[in-house]
Design a protein around this ligand. Sequence first.
Ligand code: PA5
Length: 463
Amino acid sequence: ADLKSYEEDLKKAHEAMKVMRETGFIRAHLSKDGEPEKVLFSQTPYVEEGHINSPSSLKRLQELTDHVKGNVDVVVSMGIGGSYLGNKVLFDVQCGAYWNELTKEERNGFPKVYFSGNNIDPRSTGDLIHHLEDESKILQYHEKRNLKVLLLVISKSGGTLDTMSNFMVVYDALQKYPGIDVEVIAVTDPNMEKQTLLKKLAIEKGWPQFAVPDGVGGRFTVFTEVGLTLAACIGFDIKSFLDGAKDMDKACQNDDIWQNPAMLNAALKFAASEKHGRDIEVMMPYGDYLKSVSEWYIQLLAESLGKQFNKEGKEVCYGRTPLVAVGTTDMHSQTQQHQEGKLNKVVQFVKIEKWANDLVIPNTFPEAKKLADISGVTMSEALEVARQSNADALASNKRYNACFALPELNAYHLGELLYMLAMSVAYEGELADVDAFNQPGVESYKRIMGPKLQALKAAKAAK
Ligand code: PA5
């Protein structure tokens, strides 16, 4: 009944998506200069010359792969928000928790990977520097050569202080360290007229560059060279990832809501929020290495839909509040709230149907009946029973929940999932009449922070 009541609005939203695909612009999106704002993320899965992802850009990414395999021991991916979260997802899904402890052969020649620049934290940044210095000492001892470190600096605006302050600290320290050779790749807005600070530096210093393309906001950039440069450094299957996104995009062109996953998801979440007061969304994938998918989604939802004003400038204060959770871990903490707290949540599960490696729970202690009773069950089966039990318990108490099922956890299905979620917020932006592609709230604090830091520097100089 709810979906029926949205029939007209859904038609309009679907029409807006068609226009977006065909023209690169979405209804009434005006930039700060009053020019129509480009929205190009739906172009990213289609690899064509002249597109954001072209055969020549994929060739350059392959060259990056060849370069890091031959010449780089460690990649540090530096970025924040949209310039970090998608890369962390690709890393976690491809590499898991122990990648950096593997030998280079076990990593198939790929480098170790660390993340930095996603905070201004003196301790973690200091720890990274000391760790790399230690790695360099070990390498000097065993192989009598320098540690080769690639700093992959990612910033669309090219001047985000969190990332850039971190970059300066790490770059300065590593350059001064005798046992480390540093190289830099800049990933930033390629615009030559309005050059970003990072682009200017890259030109001046001769650093290679990749693009954060115009028309793709930070939270949609996992399908661009932002995500794909990191993918190239870890052997992630870029082609399958984009193919998954492409197949999902095709499904999302279906006029029938029941055949269009993004439209259906958006409409159900919108109804839950607007008609039934369920305006908190708990993103709860089942599996440790999927926690970053939840963190990526939190940014996507919060920045796209958390808007004070609608497209006509009327105050609406729209947006579902996103929450990160992981099953089964958070069933022993948050689930109490989900099950009995305010009736204001939708719990969104993600499950993997077939795990690449499964483990059977052995009959280690036959004398302990409770433990013996679960022996012979695989860990993935137990994980799914836990998820289903959570879903059943929630449903039995009028708690909304839903599940995205991935046949397997691989690049193709990850591409499908992330793309569907990106398209879904675009639909919901249309339903709620808010601009899903700007982030004025994030920009507000950035405008305050820069001058504050300058004032701090002046005050310190005057002392
Ligand atoms: O989604 C966004 O646009 C933001 O979260 C940005 O990704 C984040 O602020 C980082 O910006 P930049 O890439 O310009 O350094």
